[in-house]
Design a protein around this ligand. Structure first.
Ligand SMILES: [Zn+2]
Length: 338
């Protein structure tokens, strides 16, 4: 993930407004014919419906589920034991085998592709596990599985950054497996290539999520996603999940409501900032997104992207808070029809 310095964000924002104004003037002439064209596309109309915020006062639907925090912590340790997991590494192959084994009873899809990076073409692979619900539509949960690329990533095992959220999704899969889901289908996306290979730009970052969002835009899947909850760096023993300015406001409010229902609200939204992460390629296409991320990892985020990102900095309690809030947010989403 990446957080732009505020001045850069503001400049980009100013530029965006200017571009929108210019396009608005230029677009007046062509708008009528463009809207006539798009009215025949079901995908466009579905995405248009998603742009309207659903009401927040739905009752939760279905039984309350909880993760197993000790088991989730065990998964983090097993993932970290593979060592660095950058695209092309042995660790990447090991974590792929690990996911195949852990999700072998589930409907698992592999999405292999080649990332065109500043370090050349690199093999990458997303994994998607599907759990069918009774309602039309999909709740997508996501995590990235890769760690930093060398040389920065040589001694980086990403216990929190990549490890914690991947373990969390595996434990959520344990909770969903074998149950009849009285609600939307739940898909778990494990993204490869989230980290920049050299330094963060729009083209050197988010390889897996950009690839999958483009693929699902093409085949119409994107329009079926009701909400995308992304988890990243959610295992820090001192858990402070920020309010992300690049997430969808109503979905952030729903996450906060879920946290309040469980008594965990003090861990949420004490700080705010715009985050670039795997939710962005989906959010830019109109999918409601929320990134659950803690960027206060050690004093002044000192452990982030360093060899200090190790298991001893994490706690099962933080995994429990993050996981149970995600599961409760899913219940609130299932109480809606949108
Ligand atoms: Zn990272």
């Amino acid at each position: 993930m990446h957080r732009f310095p505020k001045s850069i964000t503001n400049r980009r924002f100013d530029l965006l407004i200017l571009i929108l104004l210019v396009l608005g003037v230029l677009g007046c002439e062509s708008r009528k014919s463009a809207s006539a064209d798009s009215s025949s596309s079901p995908q466009t109309s579905q995405q248009g419906a998603q742009a309207t915020a659903p009401s927040l006062n739905a009752e939760p639907q279905g039984p309350q589920l909880h993760i197993d925090p000790q088991r989730a912590m065990q998964y983090v340790k097993e993932i970290v034991a593979f060592g660095p997991r950058w695209p092309g590494s042995k660790g990447q192959e090991k974590v792929a085998g690990y996911l195949r084994n852990k999700l072998k009873a589930d409907h698992l899809e592999e999405d292999a592709f080649t990332g065109d990076t500043p370090a050349g073409k690199l093999p990458m692979r997303n994994f998607i596990a599907r759990f069918e619900g009774t309602k039309e539509g999909i709740i997508l949960l996501g995590s990235h599985i890769d760690t930093l690329y060398p040389p920065q990533g040589d001694n980086f095992v990403g216990a929190n950054d990549g490890g914690s959220s991947t373990a969390l999704l595996l434990d959520i899969a344990d909770q969903l497996r074998g149950k009849k889901l009285e609600g939307y289908s739940v898909w778990l996306a494990f993204f490869d290539g989230e980290e920049a290979v050299r330094s963060w730009t729009d083209t050197d970052s988010l390889y897996g999520s950009r690839h999958l969002a483009a693929k699902w835009q093409q085949d119409g899947t994107l329009g079926k996603i009701k909400a995308f909850l992304l988890a990243d760096m959610i295992g820090d023993a001192d858990l402070n999940i920020l309010r992300d300015a690049n997430s969808t406001p109503w979905l952030e409010e729903l996450v906060l409501r879920a946290a309040q229902r469980l008594g965990y609200q003090s861990h949420f939204f004490g700080t705010e900032g715009p985050i670039e992460d795997d939710h962005r390629p989906f959010g830019k296409q109109g999918v409601p997104v929320a990134d659950l991320i803690d960027l206060d990892y050690g004093y002044h985020n000192a452990y982030w992207h360093t060899p200090e990102d190790t298991v001893d900095k994490l706690s099962p309690k933080s995994l429990q808070i993050s996981g149970d809030v995600i599961l409760e947010t899913m219940r609130l989403l299932n109480g809606k029809n949108f």
